[in-house]
Design a binder for this molecule. Structure first.
Ligand code: SF4
Length: 159
């Protein structure tokens, strides 16, 4: 995580945070990745957390089948890749809707920083899942947020 002053004029700045990191049971298994270290860090730095789950926002149920990208997130966003469940169902539209929702939320609330669950096909920042393998590169939402100018920091979760 970056350091330094994260408040302006005493008003807390907002950060978008993967909802599962805040304890919401929204993972594909209907569990969470609550991260107490992140919660302390947000408080210390004066951030108000804005919870967001792109996959639920995009209309997917919880629990839901695990899904992988068929290409990089950049390719998915450009319409040249898809997101498929392990059963072969195409959930690209839901993933794109979730990513677009995250961008809209940040724009509406003036959010410039996001803390996102690492390795998720939506929220992963340094790594995500493509065709059943863990590969370097962001998930669909992290890529869309970065393209919109929002800084994204990956968080392991469950600390
Ligand atoms: S990693 Fe992202 S998409 Fe997955 S449950 Fe957490 S907030 Fe939702």
């Amino acid at each position: 995580m970056t350091t330094g002053s994260d408040t302006h004029g005493g008003a807390p700045k907002k950060a978008l945070v993967s909802a599962c990191l805040l304890g919401r049971d929204c993972t594909y298994k209907a569990g969470n990745n609550r991260d107490s270290v992140l919660l302390e860090e947000l408080q210390r730095r004066g951030y108000k957390a804005v919870p967001f789950c792109p996959e639920e926002h995009g209309g997917l149920p919880t629990p839901r089948p695990a899904a992988d990208l068929t290409a990089s997130a950049r390719e998915v966003l450009a319409g040249r890749g898809r997101v498929l469940t392990h059963g072969g169902e195409d959930v690209t539209a839901e993933f794109l809707a979730g990513a677009q929702g995250a961008v809209r939320q940040c724009q509406a609330e003036g959010i410039q920083l996001a803390f996102l669950k690492e390795r998720s096909p939506s929220c992963g920042c340094a790594a995500t899942h493509v065709d059943g393998a863990l590969v370097e590169g962001p998930g669909v939402t992290a890529q869309a947020l970065r393209d919109a100018g929002v800084e994204c920091e990956g968080v392991e979760g469950r600390r």
